[in-house]
Design a protein around this ligand. Structure first.
Ligand SMILES: *[C@@H]1O[C@H](CO)[C@@H](O)[C@H](O)[C@H]1NC(C)=O
Ligand SMILES: *[C@@H]1O[C@H](CO)[C@@H](O)[C@H](O)[C@H]1NC(C)=O
Ligand SMILES: *[C@@H]1O[C@H](CO)[C@@H](O)[C@H](O)[C@H]1NC(C)=O
Ligand SMILES: *[C@@H]1O[C@H](CO)[C@@H](O)[C@H](O)[C@H]1NC(C)=O
Ligand SMILES: *[C@@H]1O[C@H](CO)[C@@H](O)[C@H](O)[C@H]1NC(C)=O
Ligand SMILES: *[C@@H]1O[C@H](CO)[C@@H](O)[C@H](O)[C@H]1NC(C)=O
Ligand SMILES: *[C@@H]1O[C@H](CO)[C@@H](O)[C@H](O)[C@H]1NC(C)=O
Length: 863
């Protein structure tokens, strides 16, 4: 866990060099003691000895070295009860194995434990001492250099930095180091630390889990505080990396060390005060955290949601220091709670230590009960003399606090891992093979492959990096009424599960900062709702952005979309821009008012034509009907009916058939219609000429010729239409381009040439007809149709000439309406101009409908 100090310790490299010299001088094959001898703080003999390195003291007296004489040994200060608990846990495990008949029967385990004072230099020294066994004090000691190692494995190393130093030194000689609390992910690197193993998960997993936790609660804008040691630097680096991958942004990242000047602390506090994020992720050791909390309390920095690493999040000492309750509601990861039966009682039974080490025992006892065994003259009067019968009941300090039981369990697991490996190597069954030579490399290899269960059911094994399976509990600091913080487990994290199941939380029971039941919000920008997209703010992290509404025809249907997507051509964005709706299909339908009116007009025209035809048929024998070539009249009426009806094919949803029918039916019926009119005009013209003497023209244009000419004119149009339909027929077409939000269903012409040929032919005939009728208009016929035909052709041509620009410029369905209108108008023009005056005479002026009257003025000859 904690790396107590930076690598600035004076002369540690020098010391290491010195000790390495004592280690082996291969040429002489004799080793001479160079450094000062070291005696273990706690030891017990056995067949197999395990080493232990704990920081019974957490600090030391700083001395200014003059380099004029040999440096004095480190003077350690501040007794650390926690580390004594770890040592007790190790002794407990060793005794339990010693007592057991199943594991290592007949073999007694011993131990040698050294105090490294949380100093890297001392760590290296005691590690090499454990390897060498140089505690014997003798000036003449010279031993062969090929001695086996003193200890078969080392348990301990509570902080990452000392562990790195120890593992670097004992790696080449393969002595296994099993740490219970060094979490730095850097220690997983087996090329650097080949003999390092641990029973606590690597921070690699913790950092990942923390990032997932932060992401889970939607905090994408967080601040970060780290310590200034290997533990925090590595942990925070991995966290940052993972957070970035999950889209979390760090507003700030500040480093804090417990010895920092108040200037630096004030700067950190200013950064926190100026920040907009509400969540602070603290990857920091508990000792640093305790100092930091003290400072923050003085500035009333409350209201922040803290997210913590395992180093402080389940440390009751940190909770005690937090009297201003600025950490209330904190959430973080901790090593799963554990219970080892008998361990608690064993640890509290301090007196046993008396037998293994009097010195540590005395200091410990004195500190624990705040007394002295032998009062010196100078000591203050208020100190009691120790009786040796003091009672632990009523004593409340970190020694009686068992909240670190999971860590004791880690020590316990480490000892058992070594024992199980030895059990296999020594081939133990009912007895063990004493003649097997133990060497650290074999033990290391066996420990790496070990897989067993301790008595409480926990499985113990190491992965290829020497790390255990990563499991964490998610801890929430819940304030209770009496002001004491309760560490409530609100979830689990298991790295061995698939990615989406690793984190499981019971969110209901979480209490957040400021006693809130609501998950705090910590984002730089609010989420972008569907219909908008994110646009990053210039020069700000990716979590800060503006939400821009999607433009027309584009949508975003998810929250926080980065892009807007184009709708399919057949659809269009809705008003909120969060969905594509199908574009409205537009065509002239029977349902809308324009369609209804045009249909009605067409049907009215049809009916009117039918009525006219009926009248003509009823009075077919009267002169006025007979006078005007009744056969052509009826054919004209028939074709007019078709003209009216063909306008109906333009209304309704265009289909393949209706598209083909539209223009061709219209073209043919109109040509039929105009051919009839043309026939009539020619007849009128001929009839007049025929009255002239010597003219025999009527012979040339009798009824047979009339029929033939009508058929011939019509056939030409039929051929044009057939060519059009076979070469490139009109087809239904969805026009997406004319309007953005509508699809126009229309008939594509297929071939524009075809269309204009059909129209042009009609126009040609109409103009021909108009010219002939114009020539004949003044002929002295009482019933000169020519005048009427001229007039109707005038209307016809006017309608169709205006049609072209109107047709070309009308949008969508209106161009169809214009076309229908032109058809209807010209049909009505023909019908009304040609037939209504005659109907008027037939019905209302029957007196004029006589042969006499017909002959009276004109020279027209009835047929
Ligand atoms: C282990 O047991 C033996 C006797 O069986 C005893 O002598 C030795 O002190 C014990 N060692 C420890 C560490 O308890
Ligand atoms: C080991 O056995 C001894 C003697 O039987 C007993 O006093 C001691 O408590 C045992 N230790 C453990 C850890 O079980
Ligand atoms: C913090 O709050 C206390 C009381 O709530 C107040 O007395 C103190 O001055 C405040 N300190 C700062 C630095 O604002
Ligand atoms: C303690 O006091 C006695 C006499 O009062 C004296 O002889 C002795 O030197 C003192 N010891 C120390 C350590 O000061
Ligand atoms: C520790 O052991 C010594 C003798 O080895 C004894 O005098 C002393 O009373 C013991 N202390 C306690 C607290 O049991
Ligand atoms: C242990 O010994 C027993 C009898 O002595 C034997 O049956 C058993 O197979 C042995 N087990 C191993 C693993 O050698
Ligand atoms: C004990 O170990 C030695 C050395 O490895 C071996 O030669 C011997 O056969 C072993 N004895 C038994 C009973 O396995």
């Amino acid at each position: 866990m904690i790396s107590a100090q930076r690598w600035t310790e004076q002369g540690w490299g020098l010391l290491q060099l010195l000790l390495m010299v004592t280690f082996c001088q291969a040429e002489e094959l004799v080793c001479r003691q160079r450094g000062d001898p070291e005696n273990p703080q706690l030891s017990k003999d056995g067949d197999v000895i395990l080493g232990g390195i704990f920081s019974f003291h957490s600090s030391w007296k700083v001395r200014q070295d003059t380099y004029m004489h040999k440096p004095l040994p480190l003077e350690c200060t501040s007794l650390n009860f926690r580390e004594l608990q770890y040592a007790q846990a190790m002794i407990f495990a060793i005794e339990e194995i010693n007592n057991s008949t199943d594991l290592l029967p007949g073999i007694s385990l011993g131990y040698k434990m050294y105090d490294d004072c949380d100093s890297i230099a001392r760590s290296v020294k005691v590690a090499l001492t454990l390897a060498n066994g140089n505690e014997v004090v003798s000036a003449t000691t010279e031993a062969p250099c090929t001695r086996p190692a003193q200890v078969q494995a080392i348990i301990g190393g509570s902080s990452s930095s000392p562990c790195m130093a120890i593992a670097t030194d004992i790696g080449p000689i393969h002595i296994p180091l099993i740490s219970h609390y060094a979490t730095c992910a850097c220690l997983s690197d087996k090329t650097k630390y080949p003999s390092f193993l641990r029973t606590i998960p690597s921070d690699y997993y913790q950092s990942k889990a923390l990032a997932q936790l932060v992401k889970h609660f939607g905090w994408t804008w967080v601040g970060a505080i780290k310590g200034n040691d290997d533990y925090s630097n590595n942990g925070m680096a991995t966290f940052t990396e993972n957070a970035q991958q999950l889209g979390i942004c760090l507003e700030y990242s500040v480093a804090f060390f417990r010895t920092d000047s108040s200037d630096k602390i004030n700067k950190i506090i200013d950064v926190i005060k100026a920040s907009t994020s509400k969540v602070i992720v603290a990857f920091i050791s508990s000792t640093d955290m305790d100092v930091l909390i003290d400072e923050l309390s003085q500035h009333n920095l409350t209201g922040y949601q803290w997210v913590g690493s395992e180093a402080w999040i389940f440390d009751s000492q940190t909770a005690e220091i937090d009297t201003h309750h600025i950490l209330d509601g904190a959430i973080g990861l901790s090593i799963p709670k554990a219970h080892v039966s008998g361990m608690r009682e064993f640890i509290l039974d301090v007196k046993k230590l008396n037998s293994s080490s009097n010195k540590v025992f005395r200091e410990f006892w004195e500190t624990l009960f705040n007394c002295k065994f032998k009062l010196s003259n100078s000591s203050a009067e208020n100190q009691r003399e120790c009786t040796g019968h003091e009672d632990l009941t009523g004593v409340q300090n970190s020694f009686t606090d068992m909240s670190l039981m999971p860590i004791y369990n880690n020590v316990y697991k480490g000892v058992y891992a070594v024992a199980h490996a030895l059990h296999i190597i020594l081939g133990c069954n009912e007895t063990c093979n004493y003649s097997v030579q133990l060497d650290p490399l074999t033990i290391l290899q066996h420990i790496r492959n070990i897989h067993f269960k301790i008595k409480e059911g926990d499985e113990v094994y190491f992965n290829e990096n020497g790390d255990p399976a990563a499991k964490y509990e998610i801890i929430n600091w819940q304030p209770t009424e009496n002001g004491i913080v309760d560490f409530v487990t609100v979830g689990l994290y298991d790295a061995s599960l698939p990615a989406d199941k690793q984190l499981s939380l019971q969110q209901v029971s979480v209490i957040w900062a400021q006693n809130s039941k609501q998950v705090p919000v910590s984002v730089c920008s609010e989420k972008c709702s569907p219909g908008t997209r994110k646009v990053l703010q210039k020069g700000k992290p990716v979590c800060c952005y503006d939400c821009i509404r999607c433009s027309e025809g584009e949508i975003s249907d998810i929250t926080d979309s980065i892009t807007c997507e184009h709708c399919h051509p057949e659809s269009w964005s809705n008003e909120r821009r969060d969905a594509c709706v199908k574009k409205e299909a537009e065509f002239l339908s029977y349902e809308e008012i324009m369609g209804v009116l045009l249909t009605a007009a067409a049907l009215f025209g049809t009916c009117m034509t039918a009525v006219v035809a009926a009248i003509f048929f009823r009075y077919r024998t009267t002169p006025i009907v007979r006078a005007n070539n009744s056969e052509l009249s009826f054919l004209l009426l028939f074709s007019l009916t078709l003209c009216f009806l063909c306008s109906l094919t333009f209304i309704g949803r265009p289909s393949e058939w209706s598209c083909m029918l539209r223009h061709t039916a219209f073209g043919i019926t109109f040509v039929l219609c105009i051919s009839c009119v043309l026939g009539k005009t020619i007849v009128v013209l001929m009839a007049f000429r025929a009255t002239l003497p010597g003219s025999n023209v009527m012979k040339w244009f009798g009824p047979a010729q009339q029929r033939l000419s009508v058929v011939a004119f019509t056939l030409i149009q039929v051929v044009i239409c057939i060519l059009w339909l076979t070469i490139s027929p009109p087809f239904p077409f969805k026009n997406f381009t004319q309007f953005k939000d509508k699809i126009i269903l229309e008939c594509a012409l297929g071939s524009a040439v075809g269309f204009w040929a059909v129209l042009g032919y009609i126009g040609l005939l109409a103009i021909l007809c108009f010219i002939l009728a114009f020539l004949a208009r003044k002929l002295p016929d009482n019933f000169n149709e020519a005048k009427l035909i001229t007039f109707s052709m005038l209307i016809f041509c006017a309608v169709w000439i205006t049609f072209i620009p109107a047709y070309v410029s009308s949008p969508g369905k209106f161009s169809v309406a214009v076309e229908i209108f032109a058809i209807l108008a010209s049909s009505f023009g023909l019908l009304i101009c040609t037939f209504i005056p005659k109907c008027y005479i037939i019905l209302l002026k029957p007196e004029k409908n006589t042969k006499k009257n017909m002959m009276e003025k004109g020279a027209s000859k009835p047929f």
